[in-house]
Structures are given as C-alpha cells and as structure tokens.
Design a protein around this ligand. Structure first.
Ligand SMILES: Nc1ncnc2c1ncn2[C@@H]1O[C@H](COP(=O)(O)OP(=O)(O)O)[C@@H](O)[C@H]1O
Ligand SMILES: [Mg+2]
Length: 316
C-alpha cells in the first residue's frame, strides 16, 4: 500500500473487571480512506474508538493515530482528530451556532476564525436557518449534522464516527452518507463504526467485522461477500400439494414448510430463473411469488460467526 496508515493498532486489549472487551485488536487504516468497524451491540466498537481517540486507556497493545501514540501523546492525537460520538455532544440548550463556537474555543481558535469556520460549516450542513435556534428543537437528522459539524471545527485529519446514522430516517441517513463521502474525498481518514451492514457496504473502502472484541474478518465489501456461498431464489407456492410436488422435483431446495416456500441455491441470473420456471411449467406447477436474494453482509456475518446479526442490524 502506497499511502502511509493514518491509524494502526496492534494487539489492543481492554477488560472491564472480568469482562474482556477487546481481545487483541489489529488495525491498519490508510490515510484518506473510509474504514468501517462493523459489529453488533456490545462487540467493542465504542471502546475501540475511545482508546484511539484518547478517551480511554488500553490495558495492552499499541496504537498510532495521525503519527502519534494516543497513550503517550494524547494532546498531539487530539489536535489531529475529530470525534462524533454515539451519544451526541450537542448541547440542546445552546443554539447550533453556540455549540460550534464552544468547539472553536476548545480548539483555541480566535473569535474571528471560530466564527468563520462555524459559518462555513453551518452552510455546508444546511443549518444556516436553524443556526440561532436551540439545538434541542432540531430534528434527529439536524442534530447529527450539527454533531458532525462540531467534530470538524478543528479541521481534523482523522475522523471517528461512532454509529453516525443509528436511529436516523432513511433520508437523513443518505444525506449523512453523502457528507461522509465528501469528507473522505477531501482527504480526511474516517473510521466509522456501524451495526448496519448496508452502511459499511455503501461507505467503506475496507470493513472489519468485529465480534466479541475480536476481528473475525477484514476486507472490501466484495471480498467479504465472496466468503459466502452464492445467493438463492425463493419460490412461494399457493397450496401445499404444489409445494410438496415442487420440493420433490427441485432436489436440494431448502424447505420452508410454514411459508410453503422453497429456496433454490443459485445466482438468480435470467437463464437460471427461466430454467427453473420452465421446469415447474413442465409439471404444471405454479409458484405465486419469486424473489432473488444475492448474498449481502448479513450472510457474511452469519457465515463468519455462525450467528445471525442482531435484529437491529437486519431490520431495515
Ligand atoms: N465503562 C465500562 N464499564 C464496564 N463495561 C463496559 C464499559 N464500557 C463498555 N463496557 C462493556 O464492554 C462491551 C463492549 O462495549 P462497547 O465498546 O460499548 O460496544 P459497542 O460499541 O460495540 O456496542 C459491552 O459488553 C459493554 O457492556
Ligand atoms: Mg457503541
């Protein structure tokens, strides 16, 4: 890889009492890329971000963020990073503008420069009209945008986004995705955590699947998907007789008796589907519904961990 890593971690360990939260975590994140740490609730995502962002000390291992050691040079790391937490840093009693001014103070910017950056960020994030209203009156999407803007006041080279879109409606989510892509295109290195497999797929150059404090796989979305056997076609039948007959003929199909549905392995190409329907036709059988399922990251999680991703991650 030609670009130097913006974030590295080697053997990061963290325990709270008996509970091992991080069990030897390694990361290599090239500068200017988007990296997703994907895992269910409790996997250790926030703990990882907190250690790299100097907010929590590790029990073992080492890390470098923007060329500095979070444990030994926390000030240098803090000067180079922005953090948007899972739990928003936005103060609901302050206006959007005031929240940004507060961040400018934390970064020791002079007032004129602080105001300039605040104005630019309010424009960029579509918050000009709301700038003088208390952030407590903002919608969820506006709050997240303000939170992200606050993380950018210090012009970070490395940005940590801990579950940036959890709880957002699809439109706000898409808007935030665009902003995240734009930041990466501008050269910012982004480590984002997510429970949403499609979010990692949409945004990340590389993905690490975190399960119980361990990385169980790393790769591009395509590489992860290739770990999973191909997709399947699902056929639903109107009556039990037709269903049983089809199940006898389509050998190898997986039965779902409750739904009178059969899953037939295969990629779901047009010739494959045509062949399948012709086969049923010849027997005078009719399926009343057909759907094609290409493997997604949910399947990857299942293949890697032997468990389904938690319901939250697959409900959308
Ligand atoms: N300060 C803490 N004290 C005790 N246990 C903690 C603390 N922070 C996190 N944990 C535990 O560590 C595990 C991982 O937490 P976390 O990193 O927040 O996971 P995630 O962000 O992936 O949901 C969880 O089991 C959580 O309960
Ligand atoms: Mg978390």
């Amino acid at each position: 890889m030609s670009t130097p890593p913006a974030i590295t971690a080697r053997g990061l360990r963290k325990a709270y009492g008996e509970k091992v939260v991080l069990d030897g975590l390694d990361l290599d994140i090239p500068a200017g890329s988007i990296f997703a740490l994907l895992g269910p609730n409790g996997a250790g995502k926030t703990t990882t971000v907190n250690i790299l962002a100097t907010l929590v000390g590790a029990d073992g291992g080492s890390a470098r963020v923007a060329g500095h050691d979070p444990a030994r040079e926390p000030d240098a790391v803090r000067a180079a990073i922005g953090v948007t937490g899972q739990f928003s840093a936005v103060d609901g009693l302050l206006t959007g503008e005031e929240n940004l001014a507060l961040m400018a103070d934390l970064h020791h910017l002079d007032r004129a420069e602080g105001r300039r950056r605040a104005r630019t960020l309010l424009e960029r994030f579509g918050l000009v009209e709301a700038a003088r209203k208390p952030a407590g009156t903002y919608s969820g999407g506006m709050r997240r945008r303000l939170d992200l803007a606050m993380g950018l006041v210090g012009r970070p080279r490395v940005l940590f986004l801990d579950e940036p879109t959890t709880g957002l409606d699809p439109r706000s989510r898409r808007a935030l995705w665009d902003m995240i892509r734009e930041l990466a295109a501008g050269g910012v290195t982004i480590l984002l955590t997510t429970q949403y497999l499609d979010e990692a797929d949409q945004l990340a150059d590389r993905i690490a699947v975190l399960d119980d404090g361990r990385i169980v796989a790393t790769g591009t979305a395509d590489e992860l998907k290739s770990l999973v056997p191909g997709g399947h076609v699902r056929l639903t039948f109107p009556d039990a007789a037709g269903y049983d007959e089809a199940a006898r003929v389509l050998t190898g199909a997986v039965r779902d008796d409750a739904a009178l549905a059969l899953q037939v392995a295969g990629g779901g190409s047009v010739p494959e589907i045509r062949g399948l329907l012709d086969q049923l036709d010849r027997l005078g059988l009719d399926a009343d519904r057909l759907s094609v399922h290409t493997p997604d990251l949910d399947d990857v999680f299942l293949a890697l961990t032997g468990r389904a991703a938690p319901a939250e991650a697959i409900s959308r």
